[in-house]
Design a protein. Structure first.
Length: 208
């Protein structure tokens, strides 16, 4: 006799529904932008009723904030796992750039471009996102610290170099909106990786 699968609890079903709604929100935010994002479209994309959406999230702002928070929390976890897997002195600047570029280019910075204008003018929206943004930056700082240990350079040297890397990556991703040229961006990344290697090597020599 075939065994029947155990029935899921209401809590498990609700958690699955919330997850589908949050993923649908990020997908539509990436594809359509914040101004074109509607709760009926989110419910349709998630395969649930509008009533189910309003049961879990009171309005569009609430679901957008929570979806962005979950996206940033996942990125933060990935950063910490990346750092933990590379104890000093094994972490290289090439490793970091090769990790950061696809992480940021895989929807993360595109959705950031959508919510930054809203956060600039909507202080409630901004304040809800600030705690997870702070955690994200703390995870980046942990990588900068590990790089300083690996290359035996002052922490501030590694922090400035890698914050400049993040600014470069953000600018490059913004440029992809109007320029579909992967070879162009890969050439810049190769140039920047060579610059970082030389920069930290020079800093280590000066410190010695």
């Amino acid at each position: 006799m075939k065994a029947t699968a155990p029935r899921r609890t209401q809590e498990a079903r609700s958690e699955e529904t919330r997850g589908r709604l949050l993923e649908a929100t990020i997908a539509l935010l990436f594809e359509r932008g914040l101004t074109r994002l509607t709760t009926p479209d989110i419910a349709r994309r998630a395969g649930v009723s509008r009533g189910a959406l309003t049961h879990h999230f009171a309005n569009r702002e609430e679901i957008v904030v929570r979806a962005l928070a979950v996206q940033l929390e996942a990125a933060t976890l990935g950063l910490r796992q990346f750092c933990d897997a590379r104890p000093a002195p094994t972490m290289s600047t090439d490793d970091v750039v090769d990790y950061l570029w696809p992480m940021m280019a895989d929807r993360l910075f595109y959705t950031t471009l959508e919510y930054l204008p809203e956060a600039r003018h909507n202080h409630g929206f901004r304040n809800q996102l600030l705690p997870v943004v702070v955690e994200f930056h703390a995870a980046l700082d942990a990588i900068w610290t590990r790089l300083a240990e690996s290359h035996q350079v002052p922490p501030e040297q590694a922090r400035v170099a890698m914050n400049a890397t993040m600014c470069l990556i953000r600018g490059m991703i913004a440029q992809t909106v109007l320029r579909d040229d992967p070879a162009y961006f890969q050439e810049m990344l190769r140039y920047w990786k060579a610059h970082l290697r030389a920069s930290l090597h020079g800093a280590r020599a000066r410190a010695a």
